[in-house]
Design a protein around this ligand. Structure first.
Ligand code: IPE
Ligand code: IPE
Ligand code: MG
Length: 251
């Protein structure tokens, strides 16, 4: 593992890593256990990866924990996930704070049960002055929900005469997303062998490098994170330009 770590170029780290934490249910089923058992073990992976990112000096880590579509899962699973969320936040907030980590939440907070929203709001306030890793939890989040809201609030401003249609540009749109103020992720990791985005950060992932691994989320550890970063560092990001142009730019 230390060998993998030494292969990472610390001067070329992604500033922002986003992860779709997938495969908890299958991990549990493979052991003849209930899906909630998988979610429970997924928390250990969250701890490990948050620590790994903080140690490396990654500035932003966004974790997709619950999508707007996940509300349609069986009720016992939704309730179990909400309870796990609350107990995890309660148990971890002190350690986040000690490590100078600032918590953020993106998503439709109105959908969360009151007790969960309250717990989150307290944790957000408690860590708001921290200056280390920004840990962004995507909860009750989806890219389409976010874009719809952005369009609505821009339309309201136009209607009230606060904004002219001609003045709407990419910055306007970005400012109305729930991620305003956060840089776009350079690296997006999805665990558990699914090759899709599942409504995650649809706008922000435009030029992200995508990395897929078969490893199920409850088995995902720092060494897997390092593998993803090494893979990322071996790629050429061209942003629509030619490889030759990119080489000239880097000189
Ligand atoms: C990811 O694991 C966690 C959530 C979506 C809440 P899953 O629960 O999707 O696990 P699989 O994909 O069914 O194995
Ligand atoms: C995406 O995983 C959402 C989270 C990891 C929170 P899903 O398991 O819900 O996605 P699909 O249904 O396989 O696309
Ligand atoms: Mg899944």
């Amino acid at each position: 593992m230390s060998d993998l770590l030494s292969q990472i170029d610390k001067t070329r780290l992604p500033r922002h890593i986003a992860i779709i934490m997938d495969g908890n249910g299958r991990w549990a089923k493979e052991q003849g256990q209930d899906r909630l058992f998988g979610h429970f073990h997924g928390v250990e992976s969250v701890r490990n990866i948050v620590e790994g990112c903080a140690e490396l000096g990654v500035e932003y880590l966004t974790l997709y924990a619950f999508s707007t579509e996940n509300w349609d899962r069986p009720e016992y699973e939704v309730v179990g996930l909400m309870e796990l969320l609350v107990s995890t936040i309660r148990g971890e907030v002190e350690s986040l704070h000690k490590n100078n980590i600032r918590l953020h939440v993106i998503g439709d907070m109105n959908m969360l049960p009151d007790y969960a929203r309250k717990e989150l709001e307290e944790a957000l306030a408690y860590t708001q002055n921290n200056t280390g890793l920004n840990l962004v939890m995507a909860l009750s989040y989806s890219g389409r929900w976010e874009l719809l809201n952005a369009v609505k609030s821009i339309a309201h401003k136009v209607k009230k005469g606060e904004l002219a249609v001609e003045d709407i540009d990419q910055d306007t749109l970005q400012q109305h997303l729930v991620t305003s103020g956060l840089p776009d992720p350079e690296l997006m990791i999805r665990t558990s062998g699914e090759y899709r985005i599942s409504n995650f950060l649809l706008y922000q992932l435009a030029y992200a490098e995508l990395y897929f691994t078969q490893v199920r989320w409850p088995d995902f550890r720092k060494q897997h994170l390092y593998e993803a970063i090494i893979d990322y560092q071996g790629r050429e990001r061209r942003f629509g330009k030619t490889g030759e142009q990119m080489k000239e730019l880097s000189h």
